[in-house]
Ligand binder design. Structure first.
Ligand code: HEM
Length: 410
């Protein structure tokens, strides 16, 4: 049985490389004492993500047992169950039903229509940065507020309510770090909040926001139940910003580690989109996919995972599998993009289009405004989040380096 090494969250790739050299799947003890099978190869990851006997529903008997096992000393089982009826906890056919009801809300045309507003939010945030201030935390001032503002506006959550959401969401995402009491408190608060928001919509009429859309969606008379609706709003809120913050943060970090590449983008904004694809592969914001469990013995390579065991798919490792990518440690935006940073199979990220759009706008506007941006600390001083799920920084200290470029260039 392997343990996660002490420097895993800082530099996961040495460990992942060792594991891949030994086989596609390994039993690992996580920090909270939980044991899970971790899949590290690209082909095996895809196989597991689409396997019909590897499931997610925590309400089934096997699911409930797996969840209990997964809890370890963390607060997972203390979470308010009314938030558990969402896509990432659903298996077919229930998953197909939920997905069909929410997919239209993320249609490409709806996402494209958000471009002017996302650009305005990015510009407002950049306007607030004082170039004479010296060092600023770009995560706090830019990478975090941008996606949370977008997702709050999209859902119809008043923007002034976003601060408590940040705390609640962190308590839920960094589960190995959260206590049962913290988890209960955060999820109760989220339930109360969304109950209130839905009641307001029912009383005062619907708007053009996602909660209103989720309240009215219907497919042959089928609708989301109240708890499905608040669970979905919760999932979209958490999934919609925890990940995107770190796609922006990891992209900026990659670029600031290579200043000529950063500066070159100033005159080539069209090169930003392929660069983001390569960041998703090379240092994507999701470290391991969310928890799954086996409902039958499953062969992965020469290893058999027994029934009723927990399975984690290390997307960050699969995306650096040397059997699939040439020179995988090299950052090469011109390579073909077939990473699985947004997952694979039926749970493929619903917000991938929105995440790409936000990251592209965030980077383009930042580079246009601050072409001389520099990292304010050495690479070994950077602090990484200790999360199995999220690969991202705790802060990103930068030096804005001189006056911003005139707004004409924006
Ligand atoms: C860079 C940003 C993002 C990344 C890397 C990302 C990654 C992922 C991954 C890996 C999954 C699958 C998890 C699994 O199978 O265990 C997923 C699912 C999901 N994501 Fe994202 N995501 C991002 C942004 C977003 C955004 C902006 C939204 C919504 C506004 C969103 C909503 C969802 C939803 C609803 C699911 C569940 C889909 C299902 O189960 O059918 N994500 N995401």
């Amino acid at each position: 049985m392997r343990q996660l090494p002490a420097d895993f969250f800082r530099t996961p790739h040495a460990f992942y490389g060792q594991l891949r050299a030994e086989g596609p799947v390994h039993q690992i003890t996580l920090r909270n004492g939980v044991r899970a099978w971790v899949v590290v190869d690209y082909d095996a990851a895809k196989e597991v993500l689409r396997h019909p006997d590897i499931r997610k529903d925590p309400h089934s008997t096997t699911g409930a047992q797996a969840r209990q096992t997964a809890a370890g000393s963390s607060g997972v089982t203390a979470a308010n169950q009314r938030l558990s009826y969402h896509l990432l906890n659903a298996d077919p056919p229930h998953h197909s039903r939920l997905r069909k009801l929410v997919t239209p809300a993320f249609a490409p045309a709806r996402m494209e229509a958000l471009v002017p507003r996302v650009e305005a939010i990015a510009d407002e945030l950049l306007d607030r940065l004082d170039p004479t201030a010296g060092r600023v935390d770009l995560l706090e001032e830019y990478a975090f507020p941008l996606p949370i503002t977008v997702i709050c506006e999209l859902l119809g959550v008043p923007v002034e309510d976003r601060e408590p959401f940040r705390e609640w969401s962190a308590a839920v995402v960094d589960t190995p770090m959260s206590t049962p009491e913290g988890m209960r408190k955060a999820t109760d608060a989220i339930v109360d909040y969304f109950d209130g928001l839905v009641a307001l919509r029912r009383e005062h009429g619907l708007g053009d926001d996602l909660i209103s859309h989720l309240l009215t969606v219907t497919d042959d008379g089928d609708r989301l139940s109240h708890d499905e609706l608040i669970s979905m709003a919760f999932l979209i809120l958490v999934a919609g910003h925890e990940t995107t913050v770190n796609l922006i943060g990891n992209s900026v970090l990659t670029l600031l580690n290579d200043p000529p590449r950063y500066r070159a983008l100033h005159d080539r904004p069209d090169a930003v989109a392929p660069l983001i694809e390569e960041v998703l592969r090379h240092n994507g914001p999701v470290n391991m996919a969310t928890l799954r469990y086996t409902t039958a013995p499953i062969a992965v390579g020469a290893t058999e995972i027994p029934a009723g065991e927990l399975v984690l798919v290390a997307l960050g490792s699969a995306n650096r599998d040397e059997r699939h990518f040439t020179d995988p440690a090299a950052f090469a935006p011109d390579r073909p993009s077939n990473h699985i940073a947004f997952g694979y199979g039926i749970h493929y990220c619903l917000g991938a289009g929105l995440a790409r759009l936000e990251a592209r706008i965030a980077l383009t506007r930042l580079i246009a405004r601050f072409p001389e941006l520099r990292l304010a600390v050495d690479d070994d001083e950077l602090r990484w989040r200790e999360s199995i799920l999220i690969r991202g920084l705790l802060d990103l200290p930068v030096d804005l380096a001189g006056a911003p470029v005139d707004s004409v260039l924006r």
